[in-house]
Structures are given as C-alpha cells and as structure tokens.
Write a protein that binds this ligand. Sequence first.
Ligand code: THU
Length: 132
Amino acid sequence: MDYKKLINVALDYRNRAYSPYSNFKVGAAVLFESGKIYGGCNVENASFGATNCAERTAIFRGISEGETTIKSIAIVGSLNEYTYPCGICRQVISEFGDESIEVILAKSEDDYIIKDMREVLPGAFKKEALGK
Ligand code: THU
C-alpha cells in the first residue's frame, strides 16, 4: 500500500475544506477494494449540526460511484498532532469493511501512524445485529 500517495490526496483535499466557523481543516482519502481513491474535505454550515466531516465526504463520494468496500482511509487534520476520526465517522467507516480496514492518521506524508478498526471502534454496531 502506497501510504504516501493516500496521504497526499488527503492533504490536497484538506486545502479544499470549507470551515469558516472552526477554521479547522480536515482532508481524507479513501482507498476502496477496486483500487480507486476518493478524497473529501469537511464542509461546515451556519447550522453547525449540518456539518459534514472530511471522512464522510470521501466515503460518500466513493459509495455514490459504486464502490463497496474500504481498504484504507487516510486522515489529515491538525499538522501538529494526529487527528482521530470522530465517533460518527468511525461508525460510517465500519459500515463498509471489516476490522482490517487501515486507518492512517497523518501530519505529513512522512509522519503518520496506522491503526485498524479493532482499535478505532471496538465492538462496532454492525449490520449483522439487524440480521443483515
Ligand atoms: N472534523 C472532520 O472533518 N473530521 C473529524 O474526524 C473530526 C472533525 C471537522 C468537523 C468540523 O468541520 C471541524 O472538523 C471541527 O470539528
């Protein structure tokens, strides 16, 4: 897996953040099983609760194009510390893959750590609980 490439896509999308309220830019890049990568940024709203995180923007872009399964996701928020996905995004990531999804938290293409979903969302609520 080319982590640098995925992180660079996340960095690129971070520049597209629409975050006039928090001034906190986040970029995400999702590698799907197809091999395609989709980026996303956070998109805020004057009605704060309508804000969409970068991770979900990227995932929903891919799912909308027919992607089904996430292999890896890179996230860049703060450039000084690793930015972890929020609780809602952890749940959305876990919908589209198993515990082996790689979650790459990056400050730059040379400074990153890799987690998997076992660590990021242990005991996730999954479709099996609904008999699916
Ligand atoms: N944000 C993300 O885009 N992803 C996260 O995982 C954490 C939070 C965004 C939402 C909001 O635009 C800003 O960061 C501050 O919460």
